[in-house]
Design a protein around this ligand. Structure first.
Ligand code: QAP
Ligand code: CO
Length: 173
């Protein structure tokens, strides 16, 4: 059964996720359950804190329609470098359903992580994948995409439409 996805205003989304010290079968099981949860809610990315698990793990599948595509499982990920250019992309989040807004972030990144077998990896990403990784890694530090929106008036209006409160936004400095 899919896990419950917590929404903006839930405290668990503001916690700092803990590093995973040992990648074992229980971690692989959690990754599997997170992927099922993400697919059944039509998402392309999900971070463990969104399902109330304060561990450094995210799952991403930018092309879920493509059966040959392998989902990404990132454990203890860190962004090693950012590209020089910024780009704007309309983001959404399974924890803020209905709300989509433009967010500016670096275009490209290089990320280091462990895979589901504990093997160290690095990955260079741009485009949608880079965007998804940056969005999901924010969750591991208790940051929500709405925190990164500077136009508080437009944000407030959009949040209200979908039953969320600007009081639950923590502007990113
Ligand atoms: C994060 O977002 C992301 O509002 C993943 O009603 C965002 O999977 C990656 C979703 C932008 C790359 C670019 C949102 C599903 C899914 C909703 C998601 C909704 C149903 C969002
Ligand atoms: Co999100």
């Amino acid at each position: 059964p899919p896990l419950d996805i917590h929404t903006l205003g839930d405290r668990v989304l503001r916690t700092n996720a803990k590093r995973i010290s040992k990648v074992d079968e229980s971690i692989r099981q959690l990754a599997k359950e997170m992927l099922q949860t993400m697919y059944s809610s039509d998402g392309i990315g999900l971070a463990a804190p969104q399902v109330a698990i304060a561990k450094q793990m995210v799952v991403i599948d930018c092309d879920p329609e493509e059966p040959a595509n392998v989902p990404l499982i990132l454990i203890n990920p860190t962004i090693k470098s950012y590209g020089r250019e910024l780009c704007t992309y309309q983001e959404g989040c399974l924890s803020v359903p209905g709300v989509y807004m433009d967010v500016q972030r670096p275009d490209a990144i290089q990320v280091s992580y462990k895979d589901e077998y504990g093997r160290p990896k690095t990955l260079k990403a741009d485009g949608l994948l880079s965007r998804a990784i940056q969005h999901e890694l924010d969750h591991l530090q208790g940051v929500m995409f709405v925190d990164r929106i500077e136009n508080a008036i437009a944000l407030n209006e959009e949040l209200q439409k979908f039953g969320f409160s600007i009081q639950d936004v923590k502007p990113y400095s």
